[in-house]
Design a protein around this ligand. Structure first.
Ligand SMILES: [Ca+2]
Length: 416
């Protein structure tokens, strides 16, 4: 059952559809109290007595249009839109390339100056996001797997750097002024579970980084290493004074926003400023979590999945000190990236307003999750995409997905 919450306050154009869908659906169930006690909705109904059921709550369907093809794409983000032109994207390939992609033509322009990445396993070039002040700074942040040297040779760790994207509208864009921001310590053997998803807070003041457990498990509960955590930093990489463990006299723990995270590949702030993250479970037990300051999400001590050996792991509800996921998936969906859908200049999927779109790897699916004001969440729709989905991005009311693999396509979703 969908519950209207405050996030719709700022989306008046979408209210008729959402409300009519709700009225339609609530008429068939016993949840009338949700509608009757919601002040926003009551006010809206009063102002719009004709917002009757003009739209049903049926699952929206779509076709796809291939825009471009990549070799092992990993992440994408949109550059600021210019007028009403189709957006341009930055797209990373795990093998180490960064492209500017014109979504109107599919034309790809390689960006030079990308740092050397340690390509292999799950590692290589990872995420890319544009800085909150990109319009004036042309700064971007990227994450990637870095090989160690000296005593850390044969070991790897995620690294995050800031760089200036120069020559944006030329045929020779390049990264310059590369500045290190953060890295996983220690570097460890193996090339899995880097996570290294990047996200800015809605006010543009903080950078969140998901730091995977590197398939080592125990570090996720270790306050002396920054693996298996969600990290929160100032934009220059320094530690905010109000981080939950900033006063412990431990420079590493000071970086942590949360602990006990296994492999978080999707993070999104919703319209109310709540931070949500998906997390790969082991055998079973993929998670959708509300991320709150200082909380411990339990890995590897609790999980609703099992170890790959088949050995069971206690569920979250056996440990009150651990925060349980709002959704768990068994069988797993293998959640990759996540994007918040909101209608904008385009309104291709108004029924998804305020929902989280999650790309599924092993599930080869696009999954639509609804969150409610009471912090519950539900899988609302699942779409079979026929291929592993590495990334999903909603921009201004339109949606694109990136397939995984060595001929992964960038697809635009076209509403039927
Ligand atoms: Ca957990």
């Amino acid at each position: 059952m969908t519950i209207i919450n405050a996030r719709y306050k700022n989306a008046p154009l979408t209210l008729p559809i959402i409300i009519s869908a709700l009225l339609f659906s609530t008429a068939a169930c016993s949840n009338q109290a949700v509608v009757n006690t919601n002040a926003d909705l009551a006010e809206y109904k009063e102002k719009s007595p004709t917002a009757a059921a003009s739209t049903s709550a049926e699952k929206p369907e779509f076709t796809t249009k291939a825009v471009a093809t990549f070799s092992e794409p990993w992440a994408m983000t949109a550059l600021p839109k210019i007028n009403d032109e189709p957006p341009k994207f930055l797209v990373t390939q795990k093998t180490g390339e960064l492209f500017i992609v014109d979504t109107a033509t599919g034309a790809k322009t390689a960006v030079t100056g990308v740092p050397k990445v340690a390509y292999g396993g799950q590692g290589g070039l990872g995420d890319v996001v544009i800085a909150p002040d990109f319009a004036t700074s042309n700064a971007i942040y990227i994450s990637y797997a870095e090989a160690g040297t000296g005593s850390e040779s044969n070991a790897f760790g995620a690294k995050v750097v800031k760089a200036k994207l120069s020559g944006l509208n030329t045929n020779a864009p390049r990264l310059q002024e590369i500045v290190p921001i953060w890295q996983q310590t220690p570097k460890v053997k193996g090339q899995g579970h880097y996570s290294h998803r990047l996200l800015f807070s809605p006010d543009g003041q903080y950078l969140y980084i998901s730091s995977g457990d590197r398939q080592q498990k125990e570090p996720a509960q270790d306050m002396t290493v920054n693996l298996g955590k969600i990290i929160r930093l100032n934009l220059d990489g320094s530690v905010p004074a109000d981080n939950p463990f900033a006063d412990n006299g431990n420079d590493i723990a000071a970086q942590f926003w949360t602990t006990g995270n296994r492999n978080v590949l999707g993070m999104v702030f919703d319209g109310d400023g709540k931070l949500w993250a998906n997390e790969m479970g082991p055998r079973g037990g993929d998670e959708f979590n509300l991320i709150e300051k200082g909380s411990n999400y339990g890995w590897p001590l609790v999980s609703n999945g099992r170890n790959y050996s088949g050995l069971d792991i206690p569920d979250h509800d056996t440990g009150p000190e651990f925060v349980a996921p709002k959704i768990t998936w068994t069988p797993v969906i293998s959640p990759s990236s996540m994007s918040l859908y909101t209608v904008g200049a385009q309104r291709n999927f108004p029924a998804w307003q305020g929902n989280m779109l999650i790309g599924g790897l092993s599930s080869k699916a696009l999954i639509v999750v609804d969150t409610a004001a009471d912090n519950t969440a539900d899988e609302r729709y699942r779409y079979d995409m026929g291929e592993r989905i590495r990334s999903v991005l909603a921009v201004d009311g339109e949606v694109w997905v990136l397939e995984d693999g060595d001929s992964g396509r960038l697809l635009k979703l076209l509403p039927k």
